[in-house]
Structures are given as C-alpha cells and as structure tokens.
Design a protein around this ligand. Sequence first.
Ligand code: GLU
Length: 492
Amino acid sequence: MSTPVRVRIAPSPTGTLHLGTARTALYNYLFARRHKGAFVLRLEDTDEVRSKEEHTEDIIAGLKWLGIDWDEGPDIGGPFPPYRQTQKIDHYENIANSLIAKGLAYLAYETPEELEALRENQKNSNQAHRYDNSGRHLTDADAKRYEEEGRVPMIRFKVEEPRVVSWHDAIKGEISVDTADLGGDMVIVKSNGVAIYNFAVVVDDIDMKMTHVIRGEDHIHNTAKQILLYEALGHEHPVFGHAALIQDTEHRKLSKRLHGESVHIDNYRLLGYMPEAMVNYLAQMSWTPQIENGEAKEIFTLVEASELFDLERVSKSAAVFDIQRLNWFNGHYIRSLPLNVVTARALPFLQKEFNTNEYSLDELEKMVDSVRSGLSLLNEVTEAARFYFGDVCAIPEELKKEHLCTDGAKKILSKSLADLKEMPWGDGPACKKFVDKVGKELSIKGKDLYWPLRVALSGSTHGPDMGAMIAILGEKRVKARLESALNLCSQV
Ligand code: GLU
C-alpha cells in the first residue's frame, strides 16, 4: 500500500490572506481530497515581530469563507502535532545542535554590523551578496574571545559547494539549482534562538510526515536549500511542486505593495464576491481539469474539482489575474446558486441601505431574483433593487421629459391606473399580460408602451422583467407610483 498523501498550507501570519496563498491552499486541499489524504494548516509564526494574531484570524476566516477546511490544525481538536512553530522553538534548536555535532553546522558570531559591512563591500565591488563562510574557520580561541565579548552566536548550516541540487518537480519537471547561488552557509537558528523558515519548515515537514509540498515558484531556491537540509537530517525529501506565480494583466507579480487590498481575499468577500466563484476562478487560473467536447471545462465546484485535480494539468506558465474574468464567474454564480443562498448573502448589502424589516423574506427573495441576472458583484444589488424600497421612486429629470410626460405615455399611465383593479396581483406573467392589453387597447407597443411604465414604476428604462416588477411592487406601490408620475407630468 502506498503512503497516504499528506500536504499542508503553511502561511506566515505576517500579513492577511493573499490571493496567491489562497490558490496554493486550494491546490493542496484539492490534491489531498483527490488522493483521500490529509490537508494540514500550519502557521509559520517564527517572525515574532511581524506575526500578528489578527492576521492569523484573517487567514483562518478567509480559508473558511472559501470552503477550504483542514483535517489538522487550529481550532480542530485532537492529537495533532503542534501547528504553530513558536510552540516548537526548543525542538528546532535541539535538531540544529545535532547538526553541529555531526559537523554539518556551526556557531557563527558575526554581529549585524559586520554582516552589513560585508554586504557593503560586496556591493561596492559589484559582487553578488553572499555570506563568505568565514565562520567555518573559527578556532576555539576565536569562539572563546567572542563569547567573552558577550556575542551570542547563531547557527549556520554548511551549504555544500560546488554542487548542483536537482529534483523532479511535480509541476515544472526537472529543476536544477547551483548551490553557488544560495548565498553561502545559511543561518538556521538566529542568535535569539528562533529557527529560520528554511530550517523550521524542513523539521516540521519531517515531523508532520508531509509527502508533497505544493507552493509558489518563488520558493524554488528555498527548495534547493531545504533538500540539502533533508540530506543532512537523513530524510528523504517530499515531492515538490512549484506553481507559477500570479501576475496582473500587465504581467507584474501580484503584490500587496503594488496592488494593495486587491490581493487580500477578504476584500472580495466584502465586495460581494461569491466564494464559489473565487474558488472556481482560482482553481482554473492555472489548472485545466479536463477537456469536454474539445473545450476545457471551466465551471466547476470545489467538490467536482476535488475529484479531478492533478498536478500534471497545472500550468507551468504564469497565471494572470483578470478581474473581469473573475466578475464573469461571479455573475455566473449569482445567477445560478439557489435563490435562498444568494438572498441571504445579498441581505447585508440591502440592510445597510434600506429598512428591509418591512418586507417578507419571500418578497426580498423575489426582488433579488428579479435583478440577479444583471449583477456581477453582490454589492450591486443595492442599486439594482433600490427602486423596490419605499412607496415612490426617484425619477431622473431627463427620463421624465422623454418617456413619462409625452401624450402617449400619459395615456398609458392613466389607463393602467384606471384599469388597476383588473391587475392579477402576485402573478408576474399575468401582470405582464395586463400591460400588453393596455397597450393593445391604446394601439401602443414595444418600448413606447413599456418605457413609460418602467420609468413611472422604477425610475429607469431598464430593469427586471415588467410582470415580475409589478407583481413584486404590489398594488399599493404600483398605484402610488402611477399617481405620482401623472402628478409630476401635470406640473410640466
Ligand atoms: N511560510 C511560507 C510562505 O508563506 C511557507 C512556504 C512553504 O509552503 O513552505 O510562503
């Protein structure tokens, strides 16, 4: 029997949940589900200055919003290994000391000022920045002197040079990195005793028996360093898969610095994006599930993707984040998810603007249903449904002259008002027939018939189906609006 798949997402809570991290989490999640394995959330919180509890909360909330759940990690009880690196500080140091004992790592005593001076020198002589490995040659006497001076050492791992580290990447194929490009012997434990990412991640991935590490290609050099550490610790490394980074439509890397809040997952929730759309969009961004009738399947749920995901079909080239395309997916889900789900999500937007308590849930659902085909973002529901709320609606001046107060329009409004008792309230298609009958009797049709009524009832020439709109507005409001429109025209 093959080893059960174990994968993880290991965000650092030094910032909010980034689109790229969400996509990486999604790919790991889908991979775990596809192989009936485990998906773990681990917080890499060793950066004690920049790690913030509020970021941890944001990351957890963002993953949950997307529907990505984990089998081990925060707020799920059980006998799981620690999931926060800060809980394992001593453990990392012990392992680092075992590397020193094997001659594979050493104590290094440089001060930040000395390292800065080295960096400056290299810069001035146009050399690439790297540690000069001078700590390797320290004598016991040197070490003793530094200790007496009060210097606190860090632990550096010996990076073997010359050497090429190669691996078969599950997404990118063969990858080779020359160790000369890794910056010299690497710090694995800082002088304050805290392990550095590249070391802690290897210890954790070993402890947590990770079989695959799927992450962004910005980690390729880290992977080379980590492979050296796996060797030193006497462990086989997991299968690595590096996904190409996400770029904007101008091919710049998507970053907080350049793109601000638009890289933050929660921003999309606040704007009224559907998590189903976000998941679908992020998943298909660099993964093509399958070809059906010659076309790539692009609409799928998290569950469907969980059955199909494979790393071979993840693209090697950069993904492009195109908000228009995301909006297209979002519009699709606003139109196609069950009405009660869409209404429940639209409600907070409506509540902010209107007194929704005056309307039954059934009425609110019908309002949302009548406008949802025109929405790309859920927050647009406020403008689209605004005219439903209140007895009368605002009518823009230019529409008044052009569509409301013409002779033909006045006839339509008066006749509709006069015949209103015949209106089959509550039945949208029948209400539409009522309008057509009014038109027939006046020999007016098409937009000459509909637009005056639309403007009188909703303040716009566009909007939901005429019959649905009348049925939702109901007798009291339709009557009030027809009367108000005629009244307006009598003043012109
Ligand atoms: N904390 C790292 C990051 O957020 C984790 C990378 C990894 O998956 O090893 O980029």
